[in-house]
Write a protein that binds this ligand. Structure first.
Ligand code: GDP
Ligand code: GDP
Length: 453
């Protein structure tokens, strides 16, 4: 099968080693012709990344498993999928953005013989915005004379420039030592030890936010966290639920009755934004006894935009009759299909009904939000999926998925590298299957597609 063959090299060797570990990713970044592919080949110690610019020469691989000084990592040549159609500035910025979204360490390559060009500067501008260590590589230093030019690169403020000759191998050992030193033990998304998880209770006025807060806090040790600074600063509360401490953010905003004046909606929405910004998971309260409103949907959209985990809580369940219950089911199907993946709890803040179900829902959503699918498993899954359901042929062309990786967590963000355009419906299909197979319950997931011509 052609698509499955993608996942194996010549002689059937797996192209994507089924590494279950969370290896750090090192991205090789630089404008065209500085020697990225040559360097990648040098590091891999074999002629694998094709150094060729002829059209039609497909470089099927972008990720390579590499090793130095006993450390394994993924090596990515981010220049490999440059699109010749768009302007150079756009391509360069995009390359850098992809690199920093994926990488744990960036190797920034410049041609020491040419010095810094405006294109290099554009790249650097994007790289600097991210909090990823950058190792500066002065390439094409084929002999000692070139080292003088390389030394001039100290000016960039990126620390020591490593003079190398990717072509001849000069200096590459020192460079790799520096890269390995800058590398974290594990790649992004490795589980970290969290403090109390941060929860935002959001919803339109009168859905029952402050009643729920009081219900949860009842007979609990409540610690009011006063953020130092102005009195306008939000106040958080720590509440112990299910044996664990949780931080409910901006509880002062919930407890303070919103003034029924002009602009109240505006300020309420600002507060919601601010609370989401500081939270990890949002509980959107809806009023089960009343129709789902556009304001409810707007608040859900705000959560989706914020990329936070989501739990839907239908409050005032005690007011529900049979008829309203049926109507609600229809409304959920019609208006909330796009968040069908969010856990739902049916509660009553007034009676306390099912309030204890909130904690497992929060935990489930946060677990998905934190989840990292190992690169090997992800590609095994995609290999099978694509083999069973190939992208539809368009104009005699078949877009192929080359590789995918989960670049981030919180929320999970995937990058798929493809040989051509992936249709919207196909992306949705992949997203749906990803959700099902890896059980992303309660977390938005983001899928980016990178096309290499
Ligand atoms: P990329 O576009 O950044 O991937 O650059 P390539 O790896 O394709 O290299 C561009 C050109 O520079 C090729 O002709 C390489 O042979 C040459 N090149 C790469 N590294 C070196 C080096 O260290 N010294 C010299 N003299 N040439 C190099
Ligand atoms: P907030 O504006 O979202 O903080 O809403 P409040 O907590 O102030 O609640 C608004 C009104 O709804 C109050 O009169 C509450 O007593 C009432 N309420 C809140 N939760 C429930 C519930 O579960 N059942 C019923 N019947 N009333 C509730």
């Amino acid at each position: 099968d052609e698509d499955l063959a993608l996942l194996t090299g010549e002689d059937g060797e797996p192209l994507l080693p089924s590494v279950q570990r969370n290896l750090p990713v090192v991205a090789v970044v630089g404008r065209p012709n500085v020697g990225k592919s040559t360097l990648v080949n040098r590091i891999l110690g074999r002629r694998e990344a094709v150094v060729e610019d002829r059209p039609g020469v497909t470089r099927d691989r972008v990720f390579y498993e590499a090793e130095w000084a006993g450390k394994d990592f993924w090596l990515v040549d981010t220049g490999g999928w440059e699109d010749k159609v768009q302007g150079i500035a756009y391509r360069v910025a995009e390359q850098a953005e992809v690199a920093v979204s994926l990488a744990d360490v960036v190797m920034f390559i410049v041609d020491a013989n040419v010095g810094i060009t405006t294109t290099d500067e554009q790249l650097l501008k994007v790289l600097r915005r991210a909090n990823v260590p950058i190792v500066l590589v002065a390439n094409k230093v084929d002999d000692q004379r070139g080292e003088l030019e390389a030394a001039a690169l100290w000016n960039l403020g990126l620390g020591e420039p490593y003079p190398v000759s990717a072509l001849h191998g000069r200096g590459s050992g020192d460079l790799l030592d520096a890269v390995v030193a800058a590398m974290p033990e594990e790649g992004r998304g490795a589980p970290v030890d969290h403090g109390p998880r941060r929860v935002a209770l959001v919803g339109r006025p009168n859905v029952g936010k402050s009643s729920l807060l009081n219900r949860l806090a009842r007979e609990q040790r409540v610690v009011v966290d006063d953020v130092a600074g102005t009195t306008r600063d939000p106040v958080d509360e720590k509440i112990t639920l299910g044996g664990k401490e949780w931080t409910f953010v901006d509880t002062a905003g919930i407890r303070r009755r919103v003034l029924q004046s002009q602009g109240a909606d505006y300020y309420a929405s600002l507060r919601t934004h601010a609370a989401l910004e500081r939270a990890e998971v949002a509980v959107v309260l809806l009023e089960a006894s009343e129709p789902i409103s556009t304001q409810d949907l707007k608040i859900i959209d705000m959560v989706l935009e914020s990329g936070r985990a989501l739990v839907l809580a239908f409050n005032k369940w005690d007011l529900l009759d049979e008829e309203r219950h049926k109507a609600l089911e229809r409304e959920i199907e019609r208006d909330l299909a796009h968040v069908a993946w969010a856990p739902r709890v049916n509660i009553s803040a007034a009676t306390g009904r099912h309030a204890e179900k909130l904690v497992p829902a929060l935990e489930k959503a946060l677990e998905s939000w934190d989840r990292r699918v190992p690169t090997g498993r992800l590609n095994a899954f995609l290999g099978q999926l694509v083999a069973a359901h190939p992208h539809p042929l368009r104009g005699g062309k078949q877009s192929r998925i080359l590789f995918a990786t989960q670049a981030r967590t919180r929320p999970p963000r995937f990058v798929i590298f493809a040989s051509g355009f992936l249709e919207h419906g196909y992306r949705r299909f992949i997203e749906r299957r990803l959700r099902e197979d890896f059980e992303f319950t309660g977390s938005p997931i983001v899928i980016g597609v990178r096309i290499r011509e």
